[in-house]
Design a protein around this ligand. Structure first.
Ligand code: GMT
Length: 379
């Protein structure tokens, strides 16, 4: 198949899923064309079967807001025609599904078919999409898509309840390449890599996000501050965004800044995740929690919140621990109990990796997308 993919290319779960999907599709022989305003950040250096088409957005003194969605629709239609696309797959409904709808109509007028699939990821439904300025058009574009997938049952139900969408929605969960996201098998190699951050007897925590308010990064530091009084530990924070400086200030105020490592945006998170003992993901909401899945595949269970689609990923007490949002004391106590009873932590580490392999490996989830595309093309 020749598949066009549109996503937000910046740091964010929907862009990661879209990019990893494109990479996996290309590796299994499909031709993939990314259409976006810049190259998705995990794409660099990979080109077999993968093409990237930039969307130029011109400005004009009259435009207070350059119309990206229109430029995107034009580019989608052009790429579909020049590269003979079979299908377009857009990630995150706003505005990508609306642009795809326009591109499909433009091509229909030229006697060409371009079915499109919309994948719903999270705040396109739970936050931004509910804004009155976007809700009617988002609902319309979802309803009119040739296919719609959602990354969790939670998000599917939200779409039906909050948008009144009546069309079928297929649940295809987030996935991880279990050969790329993998523990470091050799203990001495792992110890050497950990020594960049921690002494041999110290525990290592990791957090990975885009530091938006929904991720509650300040809670990460608060949880860690309680743990570090009981168990010698270090905290690695990967990513960047609006709440980074609040987290940095808190680490300074609590005088734990020498134990908190802000690494900023990193490309090869698969090399950092396996260094940790535990992830902290205290989000106010997650439709799935891709970062926790990537950590689990590396044998790193998450201390997370009982929100959205997270319980579809993490089984409390088996593959991680789940607490109410803001329950700093609970999360800290849970982490301390795992770190002081190493056999419990080791069992959870094994279970986390096994569960990621059994339910969410790219090799299991990719065929679900391919089958879904075939169904859409057959309709
Ligand atoms: O909804 C968002 O915040 C956007 C999106 C992104 O681009 O970061 O994140 C969502 O999509 C991920 C991949 O499908 C999910 O794993 C995240 O749980 C989800 N984020 C939220 O629901 C907050």
């Amino acid at each position: 198949m020749r598949i066009g993919i549109t996503c937000y290319p910046t740091y964010g779960g929907s862009g990661v899923v879209a990019t990893e999907l494109g990479i996996e599709l290309a590796a299994s022989g499909h031709e993939v064309h990314f259409i976006s305003y810049s190259q998705p950040f995990r794409l660099s250096g990979r080109d077999d079967g993968i093409f990237y088409h930039e969307v130029p957005v011109s400005s004009y003194p009259l435009f207070e807001f350059p119309p990206y969605d229109l430029a995107l629709a034009s580019r989608m239609a052009e790429v579909a025609e020049f590269s003979d696309l079979d299908l377009l797959h857009v990630h995150y409904a706003i505005p990508h599904s609306v642009s795809a709808l326009l591109a499909r109509q433009m091509l229909a007028a030229r006697g060409r078919k371009l079915p499109f699939v919309t994948t719903l990821h999270g705040t396109d439904i739970t936050l931004v999409g509910l804004d009155r300025s976007y809700l009617p058009i988002t609902r319309y574009a979802i309803q009119e898509s040739d296919g719609v997938t959602s990354i969790s049952t939670y998000l599917k139900d939200k779409t039906v309840d909050d948008f009144g969408v009546s069309r079928p929605i297929e649940v295809i969960p987030n996935f991880v390449n279990c050969d790329v996201y993998t523990p470091i098998a050799d203990e001495s190699a792992r110890a050497l890599a950990r020594s960049r951050f921690a002494q041999p007897d110290e525990a290592v925590f990791i957090h990975l996000s885009n530091f938006r308010p929904v991720k509650r990064v300040v809670d990460v530091v608060k949880v860690f501050a309680q743990v570090v009084h009981e168990v010698p530990s270090q905290l690695i924070l990967v990513g960047d965004g609006p709440d980074r400086s609040a987290a940095e200030w808190l680490a300074h105020d609590l005088k734990i800044n020498d134990r908190v490592h802000f690494l900023g945006k990193q490309d090869r998170v698969n090399e950092l995740l396996p260094l940790a003992d535990l992830m902290i993901m205290p989000s106010a909401l997650e439709s799935f929690g891709l970062a926790a899945l990537e950590a689990m595949a590396c044998k790193v269970p998450a201390i997370a919140t009982l929100v959205g689609g997270v319980p579809e990923l993490i089984e409390h007490g088996v593959t991680g621990l789940l607490y109410p949002v803001g329950d700093i004391d609970g999360m800290a106590a849970g982490a301390i109990s795992l770190l002081t009873e190493r056999s419990k932590l080791n069992a959870m580490r094994e279970a986390a990796r096994k569960d990621a392999q059994k339910r969410f490996c790219a090799s299991l989830v990719l065929p679900k997308y391919v089958k879904y595309y075939e169904r859409i093309l057959g309709d």
